[in-house]
Structures are given as structure tokens and as C-alpha cells.
Design a protein around this ligand. Structure first.
Ligand SMILES: [Mg+2]
Length: 420
């Protein structure tokens, strides 16, 4: 596998703060460039440089770098030079933007890419600024259906699945590029490939990947290192999560109402999610939505309302790492019900099915994780999965289960768990 690190940008947004190329940004004693040399196999790396390329080359020479250094004479954008890698026709090519702080499991990403027989695999994740990120829409199989570039309508609604700056390509795909012409990775390669029906998949991951190309994001990354959200040493460590119920925890639940609007947020939901997002915990929604089985709403409406919720959260700079929902309901015989969703499933809380699904995908240590809910079914599902149950917004149940502390809402729990 070839590895290409693109570090040709001018770093305009950081210039007031530092005149050096972004790849020289320091995190403690480690520079971004040192981190790349550490996580990738040295001799597989190709640095494609532009602005201040000679300085970077000199630095690499001093480090006895064994890979390739290419300094573009004429800037070819984020994709133009990749055309030259087309000849390695049987090879997979990992491309990474040289302004991201990351440490991810490369083998796992490559395994996904090969299993899907993907032409392009995009590393995606929710972030706290989806409104100025490239986003994708995927199907249940993670195939990319649509790609939304940053330049889109203001009222856009979609999941918060932002491209993270890491890509795997089959080298034959570079044939879509023109020779020796300035081109953009999103516009001239990825979007073109989707239009031409090449196989493009999204690799959803909660591993740490953050672009540090603005002063705010750089300082946030320094904080993340302090909070152990990013760790230079620990590899493949298990994740911890705060599982969240939806209705009655994030949004107001209307009794006798057929479907509660998930965007009808409680006060303090944004500030508590911000706290969780900045901590080591993943935020994962686990919700029963029997309104689908009962025929009150369609599955696609439910999914649309979740996209709306993620969009609304994104505007407030917070996110849910993932959403798991159960559309089923066990009791048959009602007017208007949808038969295929009327069944005894293993996902509907109080069963722990959705928690186990999330655990498997995100490699979660359940014993060190929490489930914040407001009903007895949340409590039972958490217990069955071996997760610590936390009841909020329900005084009666809090007493019944003899929970030591009372929490009025998600905010009061987040404050008590996450100090700082
Ligand atoms: Mg609830």
C-alpha cells in the first residue's frame, strides 16, 4: 500500500499565528510530521509538498526519511498530482491531508475497503462543524449515495457524516483525473466517481481524526491531548460511551402524542453534549420508535427527523456519534399497523440488542459506560447489557431503583461525571 501525505497548502488560516507549514505544528514535543512518521511505515510514505517544500524536505532528510518527497513545481491542488500514481494499478493508495491530528487503525480501514471491493473509501465521522464540512449520505450498507460539498444551501438537512481528510483509493480510479492540471479531491475525483457509478463507501469511525488548520481547532486539539481524548501512545484501546435515550432525555416527550419531535430539545442539551463530546465518552443514541410499526410515521420520516436532529445539533457545534433505533412493536392487531415491523425483536428496550450492536461496532467497554434514560425499560436494558444505568428526569423511578443521586436532566448528570 502506498501512503500519500498532502502537505502543499499555504496554511492561510494559521498564518497570523505561525509562519511555518501546518505539518510543523507542535503538540508538546511532537510535531505533526513526526506523528505521521511514527504511525505510517516510513518507506511507504510519499510526501507531496508545495509551499515551503524545501524546508520540509530538509527536515525529513535530517530524520533519515526513507520514503519519497515530491515538491510540486506548479500547484496542482489536492488531486492533480495523484494522476501520477495511476500506474500502480493493483495497489491501494491511502491519502491523508497533512493538517490532521490522528491515530487510527490502518489495518481495519484497509480491511473495510477490501471487503466492500470499494473504489474509494472515505473516512467519515460526525464533527462539531458539519455546516462547513463536506458531508455524505449513505445507505444501510454504508455505500455513499450523495456527496454534499461545503458550498451547499444554508437549509441543508443531512446526517452529520463529515469526510475527515483520510481516503483509500484503488489506484485505477486516478484515471478520472486530468494530467498536469490543478484539481480538487472532492470535486474532480470523489464526486466524479460517484456520478460515474464507481463504488464509493463511507468508513464510519469514532477514532480520533481532527483537522488542526485553524487556531481554534489547533488549541482544541491541545486540550484533547490533555483530556486523553487523543493519546500518543495507546493503541486500539477500548472506547467508553454514554448511551442516551431520546424522548424524555434529549427532547420533550409528549404523552399521548403519536410521535415526539426530536428537535424539541430540553434546555442544556447542547451544553451537556458539548461536555460529552469534549470528554473521552462517545455519545450514542439508543431509542425505541414504535411509531413506525404502528404506522404513525414511516421509517424514512423517522430517519429524516434524525437527520434534522443531527443538523440542528451540528449548528450548535455538538453531535451524536451514532443513532441506533428500533422501529418494531410486539403487539399485533391495530388499525394501520405495518406488519413487517410488528414482531418480537431483540433490539427493543428493555432488551439490550441495540447496546450490543453499538458495542460491537465501536469496540466499547460496557462496564465503564453509562446509559442515561428516563424509563424502567432504559434501566432494564442498561442492566442487561452490563452498563451503569442513570435515570434522569423521573423522580419516582429514581427512588424506586434506589439510585443514590438524583438528576433533574442530562446536564446535571454530565456535570457530575465530567469535571472541569
Ligand atoms: Mg424516554
Amino acid at each position: 500500500m502506498k501512503i500519500i501525505i498532502l502537505a502543499g497548502g499555504k496554511g492561510t488560516r494559521l498564518q497570523k499565528f505561525s509562519k511555518k507549514p501546518k505539518i510543523f505544528l507542535k503538540f508538546g514535543k511532537t510535531r505533526l510530521i513526526d506523528l505521521y512518521l511514527k504511525i505510517f511505515n516510513n518507506k511507504d510514505i510519499n510526501f507531496i509538498l508545495g509551499n515551503k517544500g524545501k524546508d520540509i524536505k530538509k527536515y525529513l532528510d535530517n530524520k533519515k526519511f526513507k520514503g519519497k518527497v515530491i515538491i510540486e513545481e506548479k500547484p496542482l491542488g489536492t488531486a492533480g498530482y495523484l494522476k501520477n500514481f495511476q500506474k500502480f494499478s493493483t495497489e491501494d493508495v491511502l491519502v491523508i491531508m497533512g493538517d490532521i491530528l490522528t491515530k487510527f487503525n490502518i489495518k481495519k480501514f484497509l480491511k473495510f475497503h477490501k471487503k466492500k471491493k470499494s473504489d474509494i473509501s472515505l473516512f467519515v465521522h460526525p464533527n462539531n462543524h458539519p455546516y462547513d464540512s463536506d458531508l455524505v449520505d449513505v445507505n444501510a450498507n454504508n455505500k455513499v449515495l450523495r456527496f454534499y460539498s461545503k458550498e451547499r444551501k444554508k437549509d441543508h438537512v443531512s446526517d452529520n457524516l463529515a469526510t475527515a481528510g483520510i481516503y483509500l483509493f484503488k489506484s485505477k480510479i486516478f484515471k478520472l483525473l486530468k494530467k498536469n492540471k490543478k484539481q480538487d479531491l472532492s470535486k474532480n475525483l470523489i464526486q466524479k466517481a460517484i456520478k460515474k457509478n464507481f463504488l464509493v463507501y463511507a468508513y464510519k469511525s469514532a477514532e480520533y481524526v481532527k483537522d488542526v488548520g485553524t487556531p481554534e481547532r489547533y488549541f482544541q486539539a491541545i486540550k484533547d491531548i490533555k483530556n486523553k481524548k487523543f493519546n500518543f501512545s495507546n493503541k486500539n484501546k477500548k472506547n467508553v460511551a454514554i448511551f442516551l435515550d431520546r424522548d424524555g432525555v434529549l427532547n420533550k416527550e409528549k404523552k399521548n402524542f403519536r410521535y415526539s419531535n426530536p428537535c424539541n430539545f430540553y434546555p442544556k442539551v447542547f451544553s451537556s453534549l458539548k461536555k460529552i463530546n469534549q470528554s473521552k465518552y462517545l455519545s450514542i443514541l439508543i431509542t425505541n420508535q414504535p411509531a413506525v410499526a404502528k404506522g404513525f410515521i414511516t421509517k424514512s420520516y423517522l430517519e429524516y427527523s434524525h437527520k434534522k436532529m443531527q443538523t440542528e445539533l451540528g449548528k450548535n457545534n455538538v453531535y451524536l456519534n451514532d443513532i441506533f433505533y428500533c422501529p418494531h412493536h410486539p403487539d399485533k392487531g391495530f388499525k394501520g399497523e405495518i406488519k413487517k415491523f410488528k414482531k418480537n425483536c431483540s433490539c427493543r428496550k428493555p432488551k439490550p440488542g441495540m447496546i450490543f450492536q453499538a458495542q460491537k461496532y465501536y469496540n466499547i467497554d460496557l462496564n465503564k459506560s453509562y446509559f442515561v434514560g428516563n424509563s424502567i425499560d432504559d434501566y432494564k436494558a442498561a442492566k442487561a447489557a452490563g452498563v451503569k444505568p442513570i435515570i434522569v428526569n423521573n423522580l419516582e423511578l429514581t427512588k424506586k431503583i434506589k439510585q443514590k443521586k438524583t438528576f433533574a436532566n442530562l446536564g446535571s448528570f454530565a456535570n457530575s461525571l465530567i469535571k472541569k
